[in-house]
Ligand binder design. Structure first.
Ligand code: NAD
Length: 281
């Protein structure tokens, strides 16, 4: 990547799920473009999710990487399902960093089961994290953005599965579609304050959410821990472009654009970064 420009100089960005994967990449990219970062992650597993979530060490690594860009970062362990904890994390970040201009509501979980065997706790956890948690994130952030009076940008991380359905993940599909409705409602209400709201819709992304034995086995039924190359072939068949998956940095480039003044007239948009997945599928 060429050295990014300083499109976000003087801004403060709240990023959830910032300990690893796309969230960490967003923190690093927005910091490289000049933003200070309020980072939030749960850093603990969730019982109904059968791959490990991030750890304290992961969040510490994000802090190091942002500080290497000479930007400030306040990192907090908090669960997006807990509005009080989110408010405390955001209030502390704003007090330390002096405002709030950008929200990237990225924290999320994945899970797979046919509807018939989809357990109630898996459904509830999915909607709580991937839909309610996004709303609580916005709710904790909004008073600060409005108080700043300088507009802003909110990006909600949906998925290609927020534009088209897929089998064996009704809870994920429902939550990610729900984010499109939430995004449009927020964009309508917040436009008069020059706060823009958009969703991003990634294809498969090369992160621990999919690069784990459970997810690979879903793409390749009958294999206990299918090798990466076979998984790559199946993943590529879902895309139009001849690529198996996006790297987190590909999604960060879109997020950085949506958060910059170059996107000053972009709001209410569902922005695919999906190698064409949503037109093929
Ligand atoms: N990886 C993919 O293929 C893919 C594709 C499309 C969309 N997405 C979406 O992108 C986003 C980022 O996922 P990723 O690929 O970086 O996966 P990831 O698992 O590496 O990152 C998700 C992060 O969210 C955190 N998190 C989970 N639940 C939380 C909670 N309740 N409170 C606070 N933090 C929590 C995790 O600890 C982790 O650090 C998610 O919303 C995901 O649904 C991922």
């Amino acid at each position: 990547m060429n050295a990014p420009t300083q499109r976000l100089a003087g801004k403060v960005a709240l990023i959830t799920g910032a300990a690893r994967g796309q969230g960490r990449s967003h923190a690093v990219r927005l910091a490289a473009e000049g933003a200070d970062i309020i980072a939030v992650d749960r850093c603990a597993d969730i019982d109904s999710v059968n791959y490990p979530l991030a750890t304290d060490d992961d969040l510490n690594e994000t802090v190091k990487l942002v500080e290497a860009s000479d930007r400030r970062i306040l990192a907090t362990r908090a669960d997006v399902r807990d509005l009080d904890a989110m408010r405390a994390a955001v209030d502390a970040g704003v007090a330390e960093l002096g405002g709030l201009d950008i929200v990237v509501a990225n924290a999320g979980i994945a899970g797979y089961a046919p509807v018939l065997t989809l357990e109630a706790d898996a459904w509830t956890d999915m909607i709580d994290v991937n839909l309610n948690g996004v709303f609580w994130t916005v709710k904790a952030a909004l008073p600060h953005m409005l108080a700043g009076g300088r507009g802003g940008s909110i990006v909600l991380t949906s998925s290609a599965a927020g534009l088209r359905a897929m089998e064996n993940s009704a809870h994920y599909v429902a939550a990610k579609h729900g984010l499109v409705g939430l995004m449009k409602a927020l964009a309508l209400e917040l436009g008069r304050h020059r706060i823009r709201v958009n969703t991003v819709h990634p294809t498969t992304v090369n992160t621990a959410m999919v690069q784990n034995p459970m997810t690979r086995a879903l793409f390749l039924p009958g294999h206990v821990d299918p090798p990466q190359e076979r998984f790559a072939k199946v993943a590529q068949s879902l895309n139009v472009l001849p690529e198996p998956w996006a790297e987190p940095e590909d999604i960060s480039a879109a997020v950085a654009f949506l958060c910059s003044d170059e996107a000053r007239l972009v709001t209410g948009a569902a922005f695919p970064v999906d190698a064409g997945m949503s037109i093929r599928w």
